[in-house]
Design a protein around this ligand. Structure first.
Ligand code: RP5
Length: 163
């Protein structure tokens, strides 16, 4: 079966961030396909991917981009699939530019926008998995286990690390 999640990014340089989404999906045993699709440098590839994504069997797209980050919004304009946008931390403006570019979509074309950087990439994967888990009880169980493991790693009382 084809993967249901696509992870797309504007540049190879985004992979360091977007790999966190891939790693999280790996932990949850969710298949995905990762591709580089630049809104600015490869607009034809963007169009072809977005127009074909549903037909390829994808159900959710996680899109990461930095700077003038048009990729998630353009994908959302071209496909009916839900798009989760991850603002990549840019060098010049620390990802504030990416965040505002992705989050401020006009009414009618939604992009579910996550936090800047690693947290956003991890959470995009968790959100995608949560949506797929609505119709996949085994995945729902793996998500429950993920949260239980996370909770188990949180100490109840703080300690002084320099003692
Ligand atoms: C965006 O420009 C990409 O998403 C990336 O975050 C940023 C910089 O790209 P590179 O110049 O590193 O390829 O399109």
């Amino acid at each position: 079966m084809n993967p249901k999640v696509a992870i797309v990014m504007g540049s190879q340089s985004d992979w360091e961030t977007m790999k966190n989404a891939a790693d999280t999906l790996d932990i949850l045993d969710v298949d995905y396909e990762a591709r580089i699709v630049s809104a600015h440098r490869t607009p034809d590839r963007l169009y072809d991917f977005a127009r074909g994504a549903r037909g390829e069997g994808f159900q959710i797209i996680i899109a990461g981009a930095g700077g003038a980050a048009h990729l998630p919004g353009m994908l959302a304009a071209l496909t009916p699939l839900p798009v989760l946008g991850v603002p990549v931390q840019s060098r010049a403006l620390s990802g504030q530019d990416s965040l505002l570019s992705i989050v401020q979509m006009p009414a009618g074309v939604p992009v579910g926008t996550l936090a800047i950087g690693k947290a956003g990439a991890v959470n995009a994967a968790l959100l995608a998995a949560a949506v797929l888990a609505l119709t996949d009880p085994e995945l729902a169980g793996r998500l429950d286990d993920y949260r239980a493991r996370q909770a188990a790693h949180v100490a109840e009382y703080p300690i002084d690390k320099d003692e």
